[in-house]
Write a protein that binds this ligand. Structure first.
Ligand code: ADP
Ligand code: ZN
Length: 729
């Protein structure tokens, strides 16, 4: 078999022009009948390594996967590309599995996905032998090894495979397996001499950023606000955190849900399905979320708290940007999180190794050198150069003589008799008049107020640096009280100088982000809006086809379309990701949308523009009036949003628009009494030309964010248009 054939299939079915590094060698290795071990990061393109052999070789490729929830999506995606695929697992009814078995026996299947239980059920090998199996692909193969972190006993039976089918090549694929686990994997599968293919773990399209964990929720809201319509995951440590954060995000007008092991199975499935189908954009989850999803258009991942080790971290951020186009990741870090994790691990199983891993995680979070280099080093890859796509590369740390700061901090700890934790030390330095400070007489301490000139935030930064530098340590066993390390003496009494690193303050960061937003807003909107139109079309088509939107075309493919604006099927087929079957099935819709956007559509001159959302072009009701009508009928806003597949924030904007246009609405139901006053006050106090952001910031600064939500602004604006304030004489 020639690789030309593989390449033709790649274009025909998947619409891609080139194999990624290693894919082609792996495919040829399989063609030659050999066994192989494939280690590639999440999103690296493992599936292609067995899907191409499946569609080009005689016989059926059998794929063993432990993730039943994924099977259906994978099979749907393959079918959409014109590949004959099916699955068998315990979730199916008799009639359905019978049909699949029939198809296999008729030699109609390119691929058959099975769960390990199914594969090893009695009589199944005999059944498989009635036709020809061209390849066994073992997905998530690390599950076979007790060394791995995800051991599944049922996988160990897979060793029977090689003896039952000695002539069929076995391909074991995984995204996480250190050297020992890989060796064990190969032995367990009876393919000890299989060639190992190890791809680079670098995912250059993922940006890496670590921020100090202060005001996390506010930071998250700001982060999301800058990424409208993008899907993302926030990983939290506890169930409670997921619930609270999701609630907070909903209040801020975003479409967010919590996901954790405490929810019942139906609810979990629902959240997952809504996320996959772009109905819920944001999921706040414990680590349990993500294993069973293949969604390629996750555009960002945030870690609300630090994971226990870099393996978990890398796997979790790896769920963003699988389509290869730009995606952002953000990790919040505080020393407290570290101590919490440390406590959790200490005393648990395998504590020593776990603690060592936690230390590496902490080093990464505190690093002042390119983060990607550290990460890749950890996975035994030497990247050589700084990456240019992490926060450290973007803002190389600036060092300065921090001796005075260090002296203040250390002497505060000394004078407080090493009996307080970071928070209190900072309060004393800043001269806080908090009850707790005064009650203990700390206002009499000599350093009280000596650090008024710096914010709590900055102090926190510098305390953490002093801990990392070894001048201070935290007595975990004694309420995390700060203690002086021997080195502190040298600073306090022997004139040692201390070099600190200047961190960005929140204010710096705010300014920077505002600059970015302004830049984004100033960029020509045209490209963006064609992309939005295509994304909207993709949603509609996905709903009709009952498959997740990303299975129709990836974000990357839509981006290319929006940039190239193809207007003929030929030109469209040149876009990466547009294969033959998808071209035939969806091509016209997308061409039509592009033509309309370019204003060249013949139809556009005669007919009113067909509406994309809602599908039916005969329905002329604008979206905001659909929302309005539903609200008038008595449905709660959140319910309407859910039904329409829009965010609650957008639903409120719809209502505000309807109200502004003169439709009747009891505005007091939507806009609590004090909110309108405070918004008025903010608007009055701010210079004219202040934006919505400024208004919200003003309100937040005045501690009123608990009452005023961002959607109130829309409504208040609409209210003031209809009921203007009397102008000052
Ligand atoms: P993994 O299973 O390793 O996590 P996937 O097989 O799901 O990764 O592939 C990730 C994404 O990369 C998918 O959207 C897939 O279509 C795309 N992809 C795979 N191979 C190629 C290629 N050669 N060219 C372009 N895109 C590819
Ligand atoms: Zn970097």
């Amino acid at each position: 078999m020639t690789s030309a054939k593989a390449r033709t299939a790649l274009k025909k079915y998947f619409g891609y022009d080139e194999f990624r590094p290693l894919q082609q060698s792996i495919i040829e290795h399989v063609y030659a009948g050999h066994d192989g071990i494939v280690l590639m990061p999440t999103g690296g393109g493992k599936s292609m390594c067995f899907q191409i052999p499946a569609v080009t070789m005689t016989g059926t490729a059998v794929v063993v996967s432990p993730l039943i929830s994924l099977m259906k999506d994978q099979v749907d995606g393959l079918k959409a590309a014109g590949i004959r695929a099916a699955y068998l697992n315990s979730s199916q009814r008799g009639a359905e599995s019978h049909g699949v078995e029939q198809a296999y026996e008729n030699g109609e299947l390119h691929l058959l996905y099975v769960s390990p239980e199914k594969l090893l059920s009695s009589g199944f090998f005999t059944f498989l032998k009635r036709r020809r199996v061209c390849l066994f692909a073992i997905d998530e193969a690390h599950c076979i090894s007790a060394w791995g972190h995800d051991f599944r006993p049922e996988y160990t039976m897979l060793r029977q495979l090689k003896s039952a089918f000695p002539e069929v090549p076995v391909l074991a694929l995984t995204a996480t397996a250190d050297r020992l686990t890989r060796k064990d994997m190969a032995e367990q599968l009876g393919i000890p001499d299989a060639k190992q293919f190890i791809a680079s773990f670098n995912r250059p399209n993922l940006s890496l950023e670590v921020r100090p964990g202060q005001k996390r929720r506010e930071q998250i809201v700001r982060f999301i606000r800058e990424r409208p319509n993008q899907a993302g995951i926030v990983y939290c440590l506890s169930r409670k955190q997921t619930e609270q954060l999701a609630e907070k995000l909903r209040e801020a007008g975003y479409n967010a849900e919590a996901y954790h092991a405490g929810l019942n199975a139906d609810r979990r499935a629902e959240v997952q399905a809504d996320f996959i189908n772009d109905k819920t954009l944001i999921v706040c989850a414990t680590i349990a979320f993500g294993m069973g999803i293949d969604k390629s258009n996750v555009r960002w991942v945030i870690h609300y708290t630090m994971p226990k080790n870099l393996e978990n971290y890398y796997q979790e951020i790896g769920r963003a940007g699988r389509d290869g186009t730009k995606a952002d990741t953000l990790l919040f870090y505080s020393y407290n999180d570290y101590t919490t994790l440390k406590d959790m691990i200490t005393g648990g199983g395998n504590a020593e190794i776990q603690l060592a891993k936690l230390e590496r995680m902490k080093e990464y979070a505190e690093s002042l050198a390119c983060r990607r280099r550290i990460l890749l080093n950890y996975f035994s890859e030497d990247h050589g150069d700084d990456c240019g796509n992490c926060d450290v590369c973007a803002n190389p740390p600036e060092r300065f003589d921090g001796t005075v700061i260090a002296q203040k901090a250390l002497s505060a700890v000394a004078r407080l008799k090493q009996s307080v934790a970071i928070g209190m030390a900072i309060d004393v330095l800043r001269g806080s008049s908090r009850q707790d400070v005064l009650k203990q007489g700390f206002d009499q301490v000599k350093t009280y107020g000596a650090g008024r000139d710096m914010s709590t935030y900055d102090w926190n930064q510098y305390f953490n640096q002093l801990i990392s530098l070894g001048y201070l340590y935290v007595a975990h066993e004694d309420y995390n009280k700060l203690r002086l390390a021997p080195a502190a003496r040298r600073v306090l009494f022997e004139g040692e100088t201390v070099e600190l690193v200047k961190f960005q303050t929140i204010r710096d960061r705010k300014k920077q982000e505002e600059g970015k937003t302004a830049k984004r807003a100033a960029a020509p909107r045209t490209r963006g809006s064609l992309f939005d139109a295509l994304r909207e079309l993709r949603r509609t088509l996905a709903r009709e086809a009952a498959i997740p939107p990303y299975l129709i075309f990836s974000d990357k493919t839509l981006e290319e379309m929006a940039a190239a604006e193809p207007t003929t099927p030929r030109a469209l087929s040149r876009i990466s990701g547009v294969g033959e079957v998808k071209l035939a099935r969806f091509g016209d819709h997308f061409l039509q949308a592009i033509k309309q956007y370019a204003g060249t559509s013949d139809a556009a001159a005669e007919e009113p523009t067909p509406r994309v959302r809602g599908g039916a072009s005969t329905d002329p009701t604008p979206d905001h009036l659909v929302t309005y009508a539903a609200y008038r009928k008595g449905s709660p806003v959140r319910e309407i949003a859910r039904q329409q597949g829009i965010s609650p924030g957008l639903a409120y904007r719809h209502l505000a628009q309807a109200y502004r246009e003169g439709h009747e609405l009891d505005i007091a139901d939507l806009l609590p009494e004090p909110a309108i006053d405070w918004i008025d006050e903010a608007v009055r106090s701010l210079p004219s030309g202040a934006g919505r952001k400024d208004v919200l910031a003003y309100i937040a600064e005045n501690q009123r964010e608990g009452v005023v939500r961002s959607h109130h602004l829309e409504l208040a604006e609409a209210f003031r248009i209809r009921h203007p304030l009397p102008t000052a004489p």
